[in-house]
Design a protein around this ligand. Structure first.
Ligand code: ATR
Length: 290
């Protein structure tokens, strides 16, 4: 069935800068088409100085929903009428729902990561998790994991960021959550007791595809490894983990499930995951050929 854009078509989109390589239009348009929903999804390049105008535009045009990406995830908060509990805690939103002019803010990064783990056979409940990174995505993942995991260790290049976030989570969840410096020895040591390793740094991302924060010999078959980097689809860390016999969850999975949660918020329908995965991988393949 062809997608027909007409008078009643509802508009969703993603705002960010840069935005040209976003996979969201491919994923969401495939999902709308599959479920025969009268929606269309567009990418909008919005500069920092234009964020307020973009929000006014969302209201003025009656755009139903937006994903918000770099560099607007924190700045967007001040324009939203109502914030989900995790948005308040994180101070960043990646999803907006326009409910008759009231803009509601959500953050689906953490829930997306949890779904990605669970749907790929990894239950973090009671598990020992090692998280690399304390940037925006890492903080959202830590917040979601902290609720389920038995223990969580956050290591970051700038150690203060990991320590501050670990303390903040400890105050809420009262669990064994520690933060520290991302040194090779700390990664090696903390990996010894870990069940799940998550790379939430940008290390390994195109064009630095031969980089990894984890030496291959530290990886084991009883480890689950999730990398949030999705370009390339298989990072050096993912390749090394696979070679070590570990269970590997690619960054495409997190992207997919955070998108799926946003899709449900905007449409009220459960997202067709397989359709969205196929569309995202196809788009990634096209981008790689360029
Ligand atoms: P995102 O929104 O994707 O999380 P971000 O907030 O800029 O992006 O966070 C990037 C993360 O990757 C941070 O944890 C960053 O570490 P610092 O906080 O110390 O800057 C981490 N990172 C980026 N390049 C890195 C590198 N070469 N080695 C280690 N960590 C790196």
């Amino acid at each position: 069935m062809k997608m027909v854009i007409a008078g009643k078509t509802q508009v969703c989109g993603v705002i960010g800068d840069p935005i040209a390589h976003t996979l969201s239009p491919a994923m969401h348009n495939a999902a709308f088409k599959h479920l025969k929903l009268d929606f269309v999804f567009l990418a909008f390049k919005v500069k920092t100085a234009d964020l307020e105008n973009a929000v006014r535009g969302m209201r003025g045009f009656g755009i139903r929903g937006l994903n918000v990406t770099m560099p607007h995830k924190t700045a967007i908060i001040r324009y939203l009428a109502n914030l989900d509990a995790n948005v308040k805690f994180l101070g960043s939103a990646n999803t907006i729902l326009n409910d008759g002019g009231r803009l509601l803010g959500f953050n689906t990064d953490g829930t997306g990561a949890l779904h990605a783990l669970r749907e790929n056979g990894v239950n973090p409940e009671g598990k020992n998790v090692l998280l690399l990174g304390a940037g925006g995505a890492a903080k959202a993942i830590a917040y979601s994991l902290a609720q389920d995991a038995g223990a969580l260790c956050i290591l970051n290049r700038v150690p203060e960021k990991a320590a501050v976030w670990a303390d903040a989570l400890n105050r809420v969840f009262g669990k064994k959550i520690v933060g520290g410096a991302l040194s090779p020895s700390a990664v090696q040591k903390n990996l010894q007791d870990a069940d799940i390793l998550v790379n939430a740094t940008s290390v390994g991302m195109h064009p630095h595809v031969d980089q990894s924060l984890v030496a291959p010999q530290w990886l084991r078959p009883d480890l689950a490894v999730m990398d949030i980097v999705y370009n390339p689809v298989e990072t050096k860390l993912a390749k090394d983990a696979k070679a070590a016999g570990a269970r590997v969850i690619s960054g495409v999975e997190m992207l997919l499930y955070q998108g799926a949660v946003s899709f449900q918020i905007w449409t009220g329908h459960a997202a067709p995951i397989e359709v969205m995965r196929t569309a995202a991988l196809k788009q990634l393949g096209r981008d790689e050929l360029k």
